[in-house]
Ligand binder design. Structure first.
Ligand code: URA
Length: 214
């Protein structure tokens, strides 16, 4: 997929704290991607999955969302089980993995210290999401992984946060035919504590297939 710079800019340095952190990271791990991580998947997705931000030794290292991150193990497995990809495991950008109908992006494109982007960084990065949402199918489902990604998507659509509370499994139908479906983030913490079980996550994907009539 060719991505225009309104949707993603590999050279973006708009957040001083994040770009400084990436420079330090590249020095420490020269073999890492250590730059903004581009969206991965099809050009006009029926399903857009929005994560939080690249993980240090995962997406930040490999250059592909969730690839190498613990959270990616269950995410890519689910995508495969529910017919959204050709392989259950995501290893690196040369592994031949292809998504079907789907694309994965992050609310914040750069690795944040301690996995925590600050509010200003989430807002600064939001214009990329605004543009990306213009490229998806008219009837697309946007799957928000966690509260921060949910809020970033609501903001990118210009909607009022209080009208769209984050609720796991909730489908928020938008006037234009699209819908936002919320899920707890598939982070190691959430899966270890069983806030998000495999069954719960699988049920979200079943719901998405029904909504998309796939
Ligand atoms: N890796 C990503 O790319 N995004 C997340 O939200 C978590 C891990």
């Amino acid at each position: 997929m060719t991505i225009n710079t309104a949707v993603f800019d590999l050279n973006c340095t708009a957040c001083p704290r994040l770009s400084q952190f990436l420079l330090e990271n590249k020095e420490k791990y020269p073999e890492y991607h250590a730059r903004p991580v581009p969206p991965f998947g099809v050009a006009k997705p029926k399903l857009l999955i929005v994560g939080l931000a690249p993980g240090m030794h995962g997406a930040n290292a490999t250059g592909r969302p969730f690839t190498g991150d613990h959270a990616g193990i269950i995410l890519y497995e689910m995508l495969y089980q529910h017919g959204f990809s050709n392989k259950p495991i995501s290893l690196n950008i040369k592994d031949g993995l292809k998504l079907k109908h789907a694309r994965i992006t992050n609310a914040v494109k750069c690795l944040p210290p301690d996995n925590k982007p600050v509010g200003g960084e989430i807002n600064t990065c939001n214009h990329f999401l605004v543009e990306e949402l213009k490229t998806i199918d008219k009837k697309a489902v946007i799957l928000c992984l966690g509260l921060i990604s949910h809020k970033a998507v609501i903001k990118a659509f210009g909607l009022k946060q209080s009208d769209y509370p984050f609720i796991h499994g909730k489908a928020h139908k938008l006037d234009d035919g699209r819908q936002i479906i919320d899920s707890y983030h598939c982070s190691r913490y959430n899966t270890n504590t069983k806030r998000l079980t495999e069954k719960m996550f699988s049920d979200v994907f079943k719901q998405i297939r029904v909504e998309l009539k796939l």
